[in-house]
Design a protein around this ligand. Structure first.
Ligand code: ADP
Ligand code: MG
Length: 304
């Protein structure tokens, strides 16, 4: 049995420019998640010329079970595409993606939808909450769609975890951006997925709420043994992870384990100044165990 929760081998994703945001959501990202739709393959075969964009270029990367990985890189470097391909929400143009050894790229839409519902949680950059449903109904949605019982206690528990017990009956328009983001997180956590992906899950939060969300993600890994993969621009948030993977122009250019905010920020600054042409493994690609709080070994400035 593999120890990798998610493994990508030689994954490339090319978009034909003419097809733009084929799914048509405001974010251009997986609007049909709640209904189990996957981003469609481009309807016409993309040729690798100047009318195409290579969002991911031959990416080989593993996310070991029970680890927390942050993904960083300049805007447009392929972070969201990487997450969507790894989560089975988008199909790579070539290469292989496995979830605990199960190949995702060859699964039918139906099997992929079922697998995502059961085993993957995803927090979108743009929340993707259903506006007509209350917070608790949004959180219950993955269970309802899977035809599972909706235990009220579990919905309450997960809303409490994200600090929104008092807002259970509110609709998204009656919540702040940060509160909506926390509802989205609760919805991703409710099924206790094996792997939880977050595309800038703290981007819309104030620093206190952001710290709470990071602590929840950290706890999902440390207490529940879940695997977390999070895109972030924030070196402080990234320092909560065991490891930071850096992307530039759709390629992995660095892999930093157990780093504090200062080292992460320094590395980001060098990437933005002059992206390295070749991948650099800065330390071991396998994560070092996350330091235990209170042991005095945590890099300074870690919020979680
Ligand atoms: N649906 C799409 N159609 C065409 N190009 C896209 C699409 N989605 C993303 N891209 C392009 O792929 C590249 C990587 O995008 P993305 O993964 O969103 O980057 P990031 O999340 O790092 O900002 C960008 O150049 C972007 O314009
Ligand atoms: Mg993005």
């Amino acid at each position: 049995m593999t120890t990798d929760a998610i493994s990508l081998r030689s994954v490339s994703r090319t978009y034909g420019r003419t097809y733009g945001n084929a799914c048509g959501s405001a974010s251009g990202r997986a609007p049909g998640w709640a209904f189990g739709r996957t981003r469609h393959r481009d309807s016409r075969r993309a040729s690798p010329d100047d009318t195409t964009v290579t969002a991911l270029h031959d990416v080989t990367l593993a996310f070991p079970r029970g680890t927390f990985t942050a993904v960083m890189g300049p805007s447009g470097s392929g972070k969201s595409t990487l997450l969507q391909c790894a989560a089975g929400l988008d199909r790579p143009t070539s290469g292989s993606v496995t979830l605990s050894g199960t190949e995702l790229t060859t699964l039918s839409e139906t099997r992929l939808t079922l697998l995502r519902r059961e085993r993957i949680g995803f927090v979108f950059q743009a929340f993707n909450l259903l506006p007509s449903l209350t917070a608790e109904q949004n959180v219950a949605l993955p269970l309802r769609l899977a035809g599972r019982r909706v235990p009220k206690a579990r919905i309450r528990e997960v809303l409490q975890q994200v600090g929104l017990a008092e807002r259970a009956r509110h609709r998204p328009t009656e919540l702040s951006g940060g509160q909506q983001q926390r509802v989205a997180l609760a919805r991703a956590l409710v099924t206790r997925p094996e792997v939880l992906f977050g595309d800038e899950p703290t981007g819309a939060l104030d620093s206190q709420t952001g710290r709470e969300v990071l602590a929840l993600l950290r706890a999902a890994v440390d207490r529940e043994g879940q695997t977390v993969v999070m895109v972030t621009h924030d070196p402080v948030a990234a320092s909560c992870a065991d490891r930071v993977v850096f992307l530039v122009d759709g390629r992995v250019t660095g892999d930093l384990a157990g780093a504090g905010p200062h080292d992460i920020a320094t590395h980001m600054a060098t990437l933005e100044a002059a992206p390295p042409a070749r991948p650099t493994v800065l330390t071991s690609p396998r994560p070092t165990p996350h330091p235990t709080p209170g042991t005095g070994t945590r890099p300074e400035g870690r919020p979680c």
